[in-house]
Design a protein around this ligand. Structure first.
Ligand SMILES: [Zn+2]
Length: 271
């Protein structure tokens, strides 16, 4: 198995997004003036396994609009096709995409992809709710043109600490696990690498490892308690298995990915 970290530009987010207050101000502050972070990466991931090339998320495009709490910094030259060629890969070889969740910075790159696209059925159902439709209009964040992913269901088969999961490959080495919080149907993808470590492609379960360890809910999660419960599950999983935790926007994800995969170093569980 070979995993590649891809980067499709960067995003600056409001401080109140990364460090929200508790209570009603958690979400309100997103829409009030405030300072922004340094640029954070917009990662997506490519997995070569058993002759199949899969993507986890597809990154952002230059066409993306800013929202009150996030400013995109993406050029056409940073979109998915270039990110793949930088890794020595070709779009034509992509046969499947798995989405962690349905936010633009994870799925706008679908405009470049022709293969099968998978999404958690819970996430797809949420996209059809009146609330989600209104938010897309208010924030001017339309679904990518031609958006027609295939829904899949997580079943009651536990994977480590996760109660619900779904194997995406016959050998069970690439597994979608239930990580609701940031969005209601958010999933993460865990790859069991050739050394038996769990490489957790975590989407926006948190923005950083520090946020996970602090059990700090983010500002956009519809229900902060659901988000906190997921973070506890992830920490429990990391305590059971050597796990490399890789959120999409953590500036340290790429370094963690490379350094902890060096065979001379002791793999680190993060809990
Ligand atoms: Zn994101």
């Amino acid at each position: 198995m070979k995993i590649h970290a891809l980067t499709t530009g960067a995003v600056r987010v409001k401080h109140s997004f990364l460090f929200p207050r508790l209570g009603p101000r958690r979400q309100l502050d997103l829409f009030l003036p405030g300072p922004f972070s340094d640029p954070l990466p917009i990662h997506c991931w490519a997995i070569e396994h058993d002759g199949v090339l899969r993507l986890v998320d597809t990154g952002e495009t230059a066409a993306a609009r800013n929202v009150p709490f996030a400013r995109m910094e993406v050029t056409r030259e940073q979109e998915l096709p270039a990110a793949l060629s930088a890794a020595g890969l070709s779009l034509n070889d992509v046969s499947e995409v798995v989405l962690t969740h349905a936010h633009g910075d994870h799925m706008d790159g679908l405009v470049h992809v022709h293969g099968r696209v998978l999404i958690n059925e819970v996430e797809l159902r949420f996209l059809g709710t009146p609330m989600a439709r209104v938010m897309r209009r208010v924030l001017r964040q339309p679904l990518p043109p031609g958006f027609a992913p295939e829904p899949f269901a997580l079943d009651e088969s536990p994977f480590g600490a996760f109660a619900r999961s779904r194997a995406l490959t016959d050998d069970g080495r690439i597994v979608a696990v239930d990580t609701p919080g940031h969005t209601p149907g958010h999933i993460s993808v865990i790859c069991v690498d050739d050394e038996g470590r769990h490489v957790m492609l975590a989407g926006d379960t948190t923005d950083s490892l520090e946020q996970l360890q602090s059990l700090r809910p983010d500002a956009v999660a519809p229900n902060a308690n659901v988000h906190i419960a997921t973070m506890k599950t992830i920490l429990a999983h990391c305590a059971q298995h050597p796990t490399i935790y890789l959120p999409s926007h953590d500036p340290e994800s790429e370094a963690r990915f490379h350094s902890e995969r060096t065979p001379t170093e002791t793999p680190l569980a993060i809990a």
